[in-house]
Design a protein around this ligand. Structure first.
Ligand SMILES: *Cc1c(COP(=O)(O)O)cnc(C)c1O
Length: 395
């Protein structure tokens, strides 16, 4: 089947009890076992049945199977948030004394995990520009165990060539490649097909699409997912709540039509902003002016709904614009049906110092837009009237 059919029907479970059209929600912490022998057996073979919802739950399992299907993975694992997925995935492939390499533009709390938490567990790191595979090659050490790439990267939308990085990484035994594909969703790219070992998503974003849950997911080989589940997820406990999994599955039914509209609207908004006199620079991979445009065309099925823009007049202008939008809500997060605007330096990327941010083009006058599925003309009109509030004399 093709993608729009798959997002609806793949791994859809039929309800044998009552024929419920929508998959039932198994909102339960534990499961009643038939007898002592089954209890002993299932506790030793947790993938053969359900015992306790931290080990597995039928609703979460249905969500995991759908994601595995859409990511062309053997298995997937649902978690309580994107960061739950990232920390569990990362911790399941490294140990104290290892070295990791990660991209210089990544989600703020992922940056905090790598630079503030893992060093306490004796995990050393090197930050590189992952759009340059040579820079990754140069950073590899004998104890390197992980290369971590976010593409498209938050918030400047840099695109890293997953295939080129995977080929390079796998010349070295024992190094894993993890790709955070949140901005693309499985609808726009499949990192495992390009050679990544694990793909992670914040399901809070496009997968759910309606801003009702926080959730995350990891997909990859059965061996790596089994290892992430037991003992890591089991011990860290960042399990996905069944109701959240159920809500994401409702949202995923429209993933295809949503992503297509997000892409279409974002292209229009990006073109409008690029031509606006109060905008210094637009970061959208669909624009030929974006340095990653060619890489995006090569590995993605669309350019997505996310962009950033540098507003002339710096932070004062940003304040005026962000206080003036009416259709774009001032909120962090992204990938919802409705449009959001946020200020990356003080919101999503506050964990970086100003020097660290400026080095990777996250400037003080930069806003990030999550372009929703409203009518594009209304979005453009909203930004136009908000930008007209800037009264500073720029030139
Ligand atoms: C939001 C986000 C995360 C973190 O996900 P949560 O669900 O908020 O924990 C990680 N990576 C990217 C690219 C994100 O946008």
């Amino acid at each position: 089947m093709e993608l729009n059919t798959d997002v609806l029907h793949a791994e859809q479970r039929r309800d044998v009890a009552f024929g419920s059209h929508v998959s039932p929600l198994y909102q339960t912490s534990t499961f009643v076992l038939h007898d002592f022998d089954e209890a002993v057996h299932l506790n030793q073979n947790i993938d053969q049945g359900f015992v306790y919802s931290r080990f597995g739950n039928p609703t979460v399992d249905e969500f995991e199977r759908k994601i595995a299907y859409l990511e062309h993975a053997e298995a997937a694992l649902g978690l309580a948030s994107g960061l739950g997925a990232i920390s569990t995935a990362v911790m399941s492939v490294i140990k104290g004394g290892d070295h990791i390499i990660f991209g210089d533009v990544i989600y703020g709390c992922t940056f905090a995990l790598f630079t503030k938490v893992l060093p306490d567990f004796h995990v050393d790191y090197t930050i590189v520009d992952t759009t340059d595979p040579e820079a990754i090659a140069a950073a590899i050490r004998p104890n390197t165990k992980l290369v971590y790439v976010e593409t498209p990267a938050n918030p400047t939308l840099k695109i890293s060539d997953i295939q080129a990085i995977a080929d390079l990484v796998h010349q070295h035994e024992g190094i894993r490649l993890i790709v955070d594909s949140t901005f693309a969703s499985p609808y726009l790219q499949n990192p495992l097909d390009l050679g990544a070992d694990l793909v992670v998503h914040s399901a809070t974003k496009y997968l759910c699409g309606h801003g009702t849950v926080t959730a995350g997911v990891i997909a990859g080989s059965k061996a790596l997912i089994d290892q992430a589940r037991m003992p890591y997820l089991q011990c860290f406990g960042a399990v996905l709540d069944p109701f959240a999994a159920w809500q994401i599955m409702q949202g995923m039914k429209t993933l295809g039509v949503r992503m297509e509209r997000h892409c279409e609207n974002a292209m229009k908004v990006a073109n409008f902003l690029e031509g606006h006199p109060m905008i210094d620079h637009v970061y959208y991979p669909g624009l030929p002016s974006h340095p990653s445009h060619e890489t995006a065309k090569k590995q993605m099925r669309g350019f997505g709904g996310m962009m950033s823009a540098d507003i002339k007049g710096g932070i004062d202008a940003v304040r005026k614009v962000m206080n003036a939008t009416k259709v774009f809500s001032l909120a962090t997060s992204l990938g919802n049906v409705d449009s959001l605007i946020q200020h990356s330096p003080s919101m999503s990327h506050f964990d970086m110092t100003p020097e660290e941010r400026h080095r990777v083009s996250i400037y003080d006058g930069q806003v990030r837009l999550s372009v929703g599925i409203e009518d594009a003309d209304d979005l453009i009109h909203d930004l136009d009237q908000a930008l007209s509030k800037i009264d500073v004399c720029v030139n």
